[in-house]
Design a protein around this ligand. Structure first.
Ligand SMILES: [Zn+2]
Length: 331
């Protein structure tokens, strides 16, 4: 009997090791970004006065800057490793946030605006607000993240769906959208943060709150849409126009063709965009001091995403371009 038990134990151990080895190998498999290098938007050289420049800092972090007013989505720079994220309590990493802001050339910001309240968007936002004087703008869940890190009420602004916020010559309109359906979030029910969130916490503490489509208009006439997650609410963007869509593509490579078609129609086509810049495709468990890598194939397939976007773009006359990291680019 004892010998049987021992054998079972050894077999279980071997199976566990095999599983761990398999997961490790799979985790390191990701599509190459090499084929998309030629699609990288050119770095803007001495912008015309008042022209809007955008910078990309990984995941869905973007800076919009017209030389007079700068504001940022997310500001997520900590990027704790995958094991650290899975098994420990996590929180903002001040050193990495300072490095990220420096690399993006950011000192002062009018606002920091998380696209929703998951940790890979909103965890660092209050620290970004503290460093830059920015107002933290977002849902009630985002407000709890700000208050948990001690932001004064004067530096926190709660917005409701349909609201518009003016930042210098920028007008931001907040439209309620949906999260990409994932094992982590079903994309329909909205999970909220119900009380002030004091890090470090388990990753699951950063519940999504309202998932925004953020429409951005500048007095110069330029328009953009920031779609932070690969979810959508049918018809929610009707009547809005945007030249460029920053399209959150995380997990889109694992969705059906029908889902990708609908996502494209309800975002890019809905606003009549001429240009799509994919965001939220990088492996955010890797730090920003090394070149970005695509999400592991276990979770997404960026090659499928790009093939899909480029085919739809060709059909509908929409350019698909990649953002350079940190450097300002013109659209
Ligand atoms: Zn999310």
């Amino acid at each position: 009997m004892r010998r049987v038990a021992k054998t079972v134990l050894w077999l279980a151990l071997a199976a566990l090791l095999l599983l761990a080895a398999f997961a490790t190998v799979q985790y390191h498999r990701a599509p190459s970004l090499e084929p998309y290098q030629p699609l990288t938007l050119p770095v803007a050289q001495n912008a015309a006065p008042g022209a809007v420049q955008v910078r990309f800092g990984g995941v869905a972090t973007l800076v919009f800057d017209d030389g007079e007013t700068a504001w940022m989505t997310d500001g997520f720079f900590s990027r704790p490793g995958v094991l650290e994220t899975a098994v420990t309590r996590i929180g903002p990493d001040a050193q990495r946030i300072d490095d990220g802001l420096r690399k993006m050339g950011v000192t002062r910001l009018a606002a920091v605006v998380p696209v929703h309240s998951h940790y890979d968007h909103a965890m660092d936002s209050p620290v970004v607000a503290q460093r830059t004087g920015a107002r933290l703008i977002g849902s009630a869940s985002t407000v709890h993240i700000g208050q948990g890190l001690g932001l004064p009420s004067s530096q926190v602004q709660r917005v409701e769906a349909g609201e518009q916020v003016r930042l210098g010559k920028f007008t931001l309109r907040f439209i309620a959208s949906r999260h990409s359906p994932t094992p982590y979030s079903d994309g329909h029910s909205v999970e909220r943060i119900e009380s002030d969130l004091v890090p470090p916490q388990r990753v699951s503490a950063w519940r999504e709150g309202t998932v925004w489509s953020i429409h951005v208009a500048h007095d110069s006439g330029r328009t953009w849409l920031v779609q932070g997650s690969a979810g959508f609410v049918p018809g929610s963007l009707a009547g809005l126009r945007a030249e460029t869509v920053f399209l959150g593509t995380g997990t889109l490579g694992k969705k059906s063709n029908a889902y990708r078609e609908q996502f494209w129609n309800e975002t890019v086509k809905a606003v009549g965009a001429r240009q799509v810049v994919p965001i939220h495709w990088d492996n955010f468990w890797l730090p920003l001091d090394q070149p970005l890598q695509a999400m592991p194939l276990l979770l997404d397939d960026f090659a499928v995403v790009m093939q899909d976007l480029q085919a739809r773009g060709q059909r509908d006359g929409v350019q698909v371009r990649m953002p350079p990291l940190f450097a300002p680019f013109a659209l």
